[in-house]
Ligand binder design. Structure first.
Ligand code: ADP
Ligand code: XUL
Length: 522
């Protein structure tokens, strides 16, 4: 019998699954269901409900639930031996929160296999929509909580980050202030990760330290809920949160719903889920200090592992807990793939045309600069969207393609300086990491080699590897990460993209930083 472990990834735009066979070191199944395409009736756009206010970004949590049924049904149709899967873990887009009423524990523990998951859960919510990581509508709440915790630096030292609009604490506070009655009806607040784990396990699942660190509610040193942060957020919040747990904690056997409906083995173990970025740390094999990765998914993120907790004095970066138990640093840029797509669309280009434009333009773009704030930006903090051009003609299609990518890469270089180390190699993942022309600009701007991976969804792969690690650790506490990831989390041999134009960006980065300051009115 094969040694199968499943990783699920409930991300902004899709639900994906990766199934690995630990014996043969192979990914044997890899699937992704786009929310917009699979479930048009929820009317999401790139996984998000349209809102007149550009700062508001919500998703109906039922779409994530619906996707789980659809995904397992598809796996069954594709002949996957679901009964041979030993353990499942998962990855969720970070920070997004799900609000449930007092019926939730009973609903989760008695999921009726004669109904769909959405029918089972339809009445369990105290809030129909979930604010997700793209929401930036909580500036007042951020200020209130931050002040209560003693200011930017104290908040960062306490919770790993200063308050950010998308973080769960400020989002909970806004909900409590705007709708205290609905808050009173809420008995459980979950992250996307712990919500999905709750469905799979049929219990109220814990929040792991990795995703818990993205809430402004957890003490980053002790890894416990921080009483003062909870008090600064909303009344009686401790009663509404699940326990925190290490990322490798086994929750228990899979809910009988999935056994009856899809033929899972009743002994299949469910493990605690984590956030997509912490999962990617494992999926990319970043288990040693000093390794850096960039994810080009819906968001662009820049992250690395570190042993000691070192927070960003400027307050732009985050410290999360890595699923290995170490720390990870991270910076998140909202105008990632969707900004690249916006430029491609504006000039009617597909990815091939976009790449040709990158090839046809010189590194440094003859000084043309674009600040691509199509959506409110997280880093630097820009709440009113808008794009800014410097020495760039608005009809210059090729110039725009290069300018958007150069802007993203220069912004990463500038805003990662607080980490104190320039990378010597970068591992890259996410949907856009297949695009070698984008990666060449990354290598040039960072002046270091960039490596691609076979599996571009490192979050789902990381979840599958975490499932294997957690499952094996139950019976053998000496299980080593390196033994689990070997053969899975290695860059593609020969995929190294070396810098071809070092030096070009040293000057341009300065110009970019000045343009940024001007655009921000500083
Ligand atoms: P997430 O996990 O956040 O939902 P993904 O990692 O799946 O996102 O990445 C999806 C994005 O990948 C799409 O929005 C698309 O813009 C981008 N993408 C896919 N193929 C290419 C390509 N060849 N070049 C550039 N970007 C691409
Ligand atoms: C990280 C962040 C995003 C989401 C969605 O802090 O907000 O990367 O996890 O991918």
């Amino acid at each position: 019998m094969a040694n199968l472990f499943l990783g699920l990834d409930s991300s902004t735009q899709s639900l994906s699954a990766i199934l690995i066979d630990l014996d043969t070191r192979q990914v044997i199944y890899d699937i992704s269901l786009s929310y917009d395409e699979t479930f048009p009736h929820y009317r999401t756009e790139n996984g998000v409900l349209k809102n007149a206010n550009p700062q508001v970004a919500h998703t109906p949590p039922l779409i994530w639930v619906d996707a789980l049924d659809k995904l397992f049904a598809q796996m069954q149709t594709d002949g996957i031996a679901l009964n041979e899967i030993k353990a499942i873990s998962g990855s969720g887009q970070q920070h997004g929160s799900v609000y449930l009423n007092t019926t939730a524990p009973d609903v989760f523990s008695h999921l009726d296999a004669n109904k769909s998951l959405t029918e089972n859960l339809a009445n369990a919510f105290s809030r129909d929509t979930s604010p997700i990581w793209m929401d930036s509508s909580t500036r007042p709440e951020c200020d209130e909580i931050c002040e209560n915790l003693g200011g930017l630096q104290a908040t960062a030292e306490t919770t790993g980050s200063t308050t950010f609009e998308r973080f769960t604490g400020p989002q909970i506070r806004k909900f409590y202030k705007e709708d205290p009655e609905a808050y009173a009806q809420t008995s459980h607040i979950m992250l996307v990760s712990s919500f999905m784990a709750s469905i799979l396990s049929g219990t109220i699942a814990p929040i792991d330290h990795g995703d818990g660190a993205g809430m402004n509610l957890m003490d980053i040193q002790t890894r416990q809920w921080h009483p003062k942060a909870l008090d600064a957020t909303a009344p009686d919040l401790a009663d509404r949160l699940p326990p925190l747990a290490e990322s490798w904690k086994t929750i228990g056997p899979i809910s009988t719903y999935f056994v009856k409906k899809y033929g899972f083995d009743p002994n299949t173990q469910t493990l605690t889920w984590s956030g997509d970025n912490p999962n990617s740390v494992v999926g990319l094999g970043l288990i040693k200090e000093g390794m850096v990765a960039i994810s080009l998914g819906t968001s662009d993120t820049y992250f690395g592992t570190m042993q000691k907790c070192q927070t960003d004095p400027r307050g732009e970066g985050h410290v999360f807990v890595s699923p290995t138990g170490d720390y990870m640093s991270l910076i998140c840029f909202k105008n990632g793939s969707l900004a690249r797509e916006a430029i491609a669309e504006q000039f009617s280009l597909n990815w091939d045309g976009f790449s040709k434009a990158l090839q046809a333009t010189p590194p440094g773009n003859n000084g043309k600069i674009l600040l691509p704030y199509f959506e409110p930006e997280i880093v630097p903090n820009v709440l009113t969207p808008g794009i800014h051009r410097f020495d760039l003609d608005e009809n210059d299609a090729e110039g725009h393609c290069r300018a958007v990518v150069e802007a993203q890469m220069m912004s990463m270089r500038i805003h990662s300086e607080w980490m104190g180390v320039r990378p010597s190699a970068i591992y890259v993942t996410g949907g856009a990491s297949v695009n070698t022309d984008i990666l060449q600009i990354m290598a040039d701007v960072q002046n270091c080699s960039v490596y691609q991976f076979e599996v571009t969804n490192s979050a789902a792969l990381g979840a599958a590897l975490r499932a294997a690690h957690g499952y094996l650790s139950e019976s053998d506490t000496s299980t080593q990460w390196q033994d689990i990831i070997t053969g899975f989390a290695d860059p593609i041999s020969g995929s190294e993209i070396t810098p071809k134009n070092p030096g070009v960006y040293d000057g341009l980065v300065k110009k970019y930083a000045e343009c940024e300051q001007r655009a921000l009115g500083k």
